[in-house]
Design a protein around this ligand. Structure first.
Ligand code: NAP
Length: 326
């Protein structure tokens, strides 16, 4: 069993623990929170959980891997501290504020012979490989990817508060939050674009509330759209020389239908995950147990392409995070 330490006590941290336990390869063992009362509340459903409100002490705990689900801008220092203390790390998406932070963590993980993963759950779903295999003998001509969801933090924003998700100090904004899934999907299936641009609705805090981007692959373009102030029910599509592949989404896929040029439809066999975070948790566990640094580095190559593309898009839209100055 991999002893799992957790940073952050919101619903996503609980969700990862549930998925990790479903794999039967992790045992949630310790939690860090800024307040011991929150750590206690978060641990209440489990037994023998060590609780910390001091990060240095948490890092000294006997753990195999630390999962980080704090606001984006805190990931870098926390991941660095975990690696320096000898722990493997799983960092929630977007792993870091910019490519420089990512490169530093990749280098440190390699020096320490430890594994670092970005928790980009979508590309670990079996369906993403099903689509990749399906596209292998096709010529892609373009794609349209959308992920827009009315944020649970919108009411607070509308009342004049500044939730972490919309704060440049915490490396927020919709490209970082939802857009990252679209970039992962594009890069997983088509590789890194030659150029990427983004045009966004910018909040007074300096980050994007919504935006439209173009990933330029020279032979074709991928349009991406994300927003936090509306819900979108549009499907996503991949256009090929032989027809169109319609997906119900690319943040998660539950249905995929190919419509050929004659209008004939073929449904692809899509396997839904047991839990939205199960496939990533299961893959990370396997790689940790076998200390598979080669596959971990291959996954890091996607993280690097996503971080560089996202940074280029942010620059084109004039979005600057506080962390970019550090
Ligand atoms: N994979 C997915 O499906 C998914 C879904 C949602 C979010 N995420 C990612 O998960 C991460 C956390 O997102 P979230 O929405 O849960 O964030 P959040 O609610 O703003 O913060 C997460 C945790 O960090 C701590 N925290 C909050 N504000 C802080 C501050 N100002 N300083 C220090 N610590 C603070 C809190 O824990 P304590 O109070 O216990 O210290 C909180 O429970 C983000 O990177 C996000 O992108 C991923």
């Amino acid at each position: 069993m991999l002893k799992l330490g957790v940073i952050g006590t919101s619903w996503i941290a609980r969700s990862f623990i549930d998925a990790a336990h479903l794999t039967e390869k992790f045992k949630f063992s310790a939690v860090y929170s800024r307040r011991l009362e929150s750590a206690a509340r978060f641990s209440a459903d489990f037994e023998e959980i060590e609780q910390f409100d001091q990060l240095e002490q948490f890092f000294e705990a006997h753990l195999d891997v630390i999962y980080i689900a704090s606001p984006n801008a805190l990931h870098f220092e926390q991941a660095k501290g975990a690696l320096l203390a000898g722990h493997h790390v799983i960092v929630e998406k977007p792993a870091f504020s910019n490519p420089s932070e990512l490169l530093e963590i990749m280098k440190l993980a390699e020096e320490k012979d430890l594994l670092f993963f970005e928790g980009a759950r979508n590309i670990h779903e079996t369906a993403f490989t099903t689509i990749k295999d399906f596209l292998a003998d096709k010529t892609v001509k373009g794609a349209d990817f959308t992920y827009s969801k009315y944020s649970s933090k919108m009411p607070a924003l509308l009342q004049g508060e500044l939730p972490n998700k919309f704060n440049a100090k915490f490396s927020g904004g919709l490209l970082a939050d939802l857009g990252v899934y679209l970039l992962y999907a594009a890069i997983f299936w088509f590789g890194k674009p030659q150029k990427a641009t983004y045009d966004a609705v910018i909040l007074p805090s300096g980050v994007d509330l919504s935006g439209v981007g173009v990933l330029d692959y020279s032979e074709f373009k991928v349009a991406i759209k994300c927003a936090g102030n509306v819900n979108s029910y549009l499907p996503s599509e991949i256009y090929t020389e032989d027809g169109t592949l319609i997906l119900d989404g690319v943040n998660a896929i539950t249905s995929a239908t190919f419509v050929n040029l004659a209008g004939e439809k073929t449904r692809l066999d899509i396997t839904a995950p047991k839990h939205s975070l199960y496939d990533e948790a299961n893959e990370f566990a396997k790689l940790l147990e076998s200390h598979d640094t080669t596959t971990a580095k291959h996954l890091q190559s996607y993280a690097k392409a996503v971080a560089e593309t996202s940074y280029e898009m942010r620059q084109s839209a004039g979005i600057v995070f506080t962390a970019d100055h550090q």
